[in-house]
Design a protein around this ligand. Structure first.
Ligand code: UTP
Length: 446
């Protein structure tokens, strides 16, 4: 893009201030600014401005809804799901999609969250848990499960380097596909693009909902099509206990012909910060924790159980066809009022005392109302969910290490090996994906 082209585009869209310090920039800074301007999506910026105009109206309350029914397949129904899921895995029709573009600010770890050490004995990183499970699937089903990893501009290089350093944790390199999530500008209350340096536009990630557009833009969707992928397992980087593409989940989703299936688990308590899957106006939807009133969170059924008993830890199955269709649509925007350091007319960087700008994000669950068939599958959180969100307390490295070792100790007990409580345990998922596989190894203590 040339200076003239940039100037024209910015003027046409009411953003000429982006070039106000042009004359003062050296050649490298000018080139970098032009490169940033080239990435601007003015149609999206117009949608953001529209949203700002309407922000005088209060955010929509969750409204009237009912909790979505929850599936708990058992017996023959469960066996049929497992069989169908295994057949799809064997046929190479299943892909895994990890969103790992977040900043992990609550954990306060320098570097991609996936590189955080969590293995109780080896300090294996979160990525090891995920990659080795995929390798376990490859080995169990004699297949290739492609692994799509969404990074962000801030952690893309470090994430790729981490995989290189660990030799892709044993996965075939050609089965690992990194792609970068989108970034876009923040706006002033007047809808103007913000400069955080005289030659630099302040950009922020477009949220985990940006996954869909990024999948398309990066060629990941095309790669899935080339491989004949029919079903996609979606998850977040922070949960070392996640069961990746487990056959029952894949099979239930496929058997139902669902566009999307969500795993849900019983909330720890009424106020646990999880979204809930609901039916509203005949459509499935996710209601965020922040949209729920205390009364809604605390309401109970006649038997004393919570009315909104189940929460979503963002573990989903999507059909490839639904993902592709959704990637072509505009997703709703969510805005957050934030403090953003910005340059003043004199070109000096000013740190604000109170929120002065708006960041925008897309959320993956906003696709739910567009899905024709949606199911929710309940799982036992003691077996599959213990995320690393905080540095300490609930959902921290300490609780994740504790919970995963409890699970592994139970596997070992099933295999006839009982260890003293304090003995640290770690099982490579590529060696045994589950208790049955571990038992089949015929381990003995000698
Ligand atoms: P979280 O909402 O837990 O955010 O992301 P985070 O960035 O990891 O942590 P905090 O809130 O700053 O402490 C849930 C999942 O969504 C991904 C994260 O990497 C994580 O797997 N994510 C989040 C993205 O991929 N992109 C985003 O813009 C935001």
């Amino acid at each position: 893009m040339t200076y003239e082209e940039a100037k024209q585009a910015l003027e046409a869209n009411g953003q000429p201030q982006v070039l106000q310090f042009w004359e003062k920039l050296d050649a490298a800074a000018q080139a970098a600014l032009l490169a940033q301007i080239e990435t601007l999506d003015f149609a999206a910026i117009a949608r953001m401005q529209e949203m700002l105009k309407q922000s005088g109206t209060p955010a929509a309350a969750a409204g009237a809804f009912e909790p979505a029914a929850v599936e708990i397949p058992e017996g023959d129904a469960l066996a049929a799901c497992v069989e169908q899921g295994e057949a799809l895995l064997r046929a190479g029709k299943v892909a895994v999609l990890l969103v790992a573009g977040g900043q992990g600010s609550r954990l306060g770890y320098e570097g991609p969250k996936g590189a955080y050490p969590i293995g109780p004995i080896t300090d294996a990183p979160l990525f090891w848990f995920h990659a080795r499970k995929i390798l376990g699937l490859d080995r169990t089903y004699n297949t290739h499960v492609p692994f799509y990893i969404m990074t962000s501009e801030t952690n893309d290089a470090a994430t790729r380097a981490h995989f290189e350093e660990h030799d892709y944790f044993g996965l075939p390199r050609e089965d690992v596909f990194f792609f970068v999530q989108g970034m876009w500008p923040a706006l002033t209350p007047e809808g103007k693009i913000i400069l955080d340096k005289p030659g630099h536009i302040f950009m922020s990630p477009d949220g985990h909902g940006g996954t869909l557009a990024a999948l398309d833009r990066s060629g990941a969707l095309a790669d899935m099509a080339k491989r004949g992928i029919e079903q996609v397992f979606f998850f977040q980087v922070d949960n070392p206990m996640v069961e990746i593409a487990d056959p029952a989940f894949v099979g239930l989703h496929a058997a139902k012909g669902a566009d999307m299936t969500l795993k849900v688990c019983l909330k720890r308590d009424a106020h646990e910060g999880m979204g809930v899957v609901v039916v509203r106006d005949g459509h499935f939807a996710m209601v965020e924790y922040s949209e729920l009133s205390d009364e809604q969170m605390e309401r109970t059924n006649p038997d004393g159980s919570l009315w909104l008993a189940y929460g979503s830890p963002a573990i989903h199955m999507f059909s490839y066809a639904f993902l592709k269709a959704e990637a072509e649509r505009n997703m709703p925007l969510h805005l957050a009022h934030k403090k953003i350091a910005m340059v003043n007319a004199a070109g000096e960087v000013v740190k604000p005392e109170k929120p002065n700008g708006y960041k925008f994000e897309k959320f993956i669950f906003d696709v739910i109302p567009n899905a024709k068939q949606v199911f929710t599958l309940a799982f036992d959180r003691t077996q599959e969910f213990s995320p690393v969100k905080n540095a300490e307390g609930n959902d921290s490295p300490a609780t994740a290490k504790r919970d995963i070792q409890t699970k592994w100790r139970a596997w070992l007990a099933e295999a006839g090996i009982t260890l003293p409580e304090a003995t640290p345990v770690e099982i490579d998922p590529a060696y045994a994906l589950n208790a049955a596989q571990l038992k089949a190894k015929g381990l003995r203590i000698s």
